[in-house]
Design a protein around this ligand. Structure first.
Ligand code: GN1
Ligand code: MG
Length: 363
């Protein structure tokens, strides 16, 4: 067991630390809730940053600081109340720098204020999806004029060409002999590769911009208040320049899936059009002011791109012998791949309907 009290003592907390317990179910970092003894002191979230994945913690935390500071300034300018529940606040370390992470010689740690009276959801309904769409659209909109230049905390994170290259490299190396078993899946993915790399091509042609995006808009990365309204988006590790497709597509990948991300029963996995419609309306309500016609036209492509990309990433990890994602059982990454592929097929079947719906929003 880590000496949590020692780690926490390096951060500018208030109050006395009472308990430290695991929190949430992220696949990457380790997260804990730190409760303080005094009712007047806030509780905190402590995280061990996965340093194998986020190799440049300095850039990571600088991005997060820039984004949260910019959003905070906007909330203040708008005269909002309760701002500590509407944007994350990271604690500086007690060394008179403005650093928000601590290295204990082994791991990197950070702390933020725990948002009270708030909860996350693992599944959404149309109403919460509309709020989510509006919240992620607002998140992107409020960062359109951020003065800081953000670097990619994980280079090429949502670059489909790069993700396919990683898959090809894994197949060529076949380090644990799993390629033969997954050949039919590989063929399915390969047949869609060119279409799915469309965003990178449009970007090279100068037609598609990168904007500051969240890049991990899973349903469970939003905090809801007691009334089911969204307070803020969390899990800002992957905030970086990307195509707006990242946030639109990754929400639908998780929110509009009628099954689980790793469902073993593929009959449960379908693309839910009610969620799609509600989320899209919410998203367009706050994002239509800055989106280009090409971005809007390609929203159905984004809905397909993310189950596809996630299938490619899970399958790559399976072939590599499960070195990236935390797994709960031996073929977990293969089960995840099949579920994402099934979701992709359902998205494909609904594409004409999605196009019509989006066109109608602008008629
Ligand atoms: C990871 O940290 P978490 O569990 O929210 C991953 C995302 C994947 C997701 C799949 C840094 O997100 O990109 O979409 O798992 N984050 C990173 O569930 O790779
Ligand atoms: Mg998360």
């Amino acid at each position: 067991m880590k000496d949590f009290k020692d780690i926490v003592s390096h951060f500018a907390t208030e109050g006395t630390i009472d308990t430290v317990k695991p929190l949430g179910n992220g696949l990457i970092n380790d997260t804990y809730i730190v409760r303080t003894a005094e009712p007047t002191a806030p509780d905190y979230v402590l995280q061990r940053i996965n340093h194998n994945i986020f190799t440049d913690v300095e850039t990571l935390q600088r991005n997060i600081q820039a984004v949260t500071a910019h959003i905070r300034r906007k909330l203040e300018a708008a005269g909002e109340d309760d701002i500590d529940r509407k944007v994350l606040r990271f604690l500086p370390v007690r060394d008179n720098t403005d650093r928000t992470y601590y290295f204990d010689g082994d791991s990197y740690w950070r702390m933020m204020v725990f948002i009270p009276r708030a909860h996350t959801l693992e599944a959404v309904n149309p109403e919460s999806s509309r709020f989510a769409g509006e919240a992620f659209g607002r998140f992107q909109a409020s960062l359109v004029d951020i003065p800081d230049t953000l670097k990619e905390s994980i280079p090429d994170f949502h670059n489909m060409e790069f993700r396919l290259k990683q898959l090809h490299d894994a197949v060529a190396a076949d380090p644990v002999g799993r390629v033969k078993e997954v050949q039919p899946l590989l063929d399915e993915l390969e047949s869609r590769a060119e279409e799915m790399c469309k965003a990178e091509r449009l970007h090279r042609e100068g037609k598609l911009p990168k904007r500051i995006c969240h890049c991990d808009t899973k349903v469970n990365n939003m905090m809801f208040d007691e009334d089911g309204r969204i307070l803020c988006v969390i899990d800002l590790d992957t905030v970086m320049p990307s195509f707006i497709f990242s946030d639109y597509g990754d929400f639908l990948r998780t929110g509009a899936n009628t099954g689980a991300e790793d469902d073993k029963d593929l009959n449960r996995v379908e693309f839910n059009m009610d969620i799609f419609r509600a989320f899209t309306e919410g998203y367009l309500s706050s994002a239509r002011g800055f989106l280009t016609p090409l971005e809007i036209e390609n929203l159905p492509y984004a809905a397909a791109l993310f189950p596809y990309m996630q299938a490619v990433r899970f399958l790559t990890d399976y072939i590599n012998g499960d070195t990236y994602y935390k797994i709960q059982y031996p073929d977990h990454n293969l089960v995840r791949t099949r579920a994402q592929f099934k979701l992709l097929q359902s998205v494909e079947a609904h594409t004409p309907e999605m196009r019509e719906f989006i066109a109608a929003q602008f008629a």
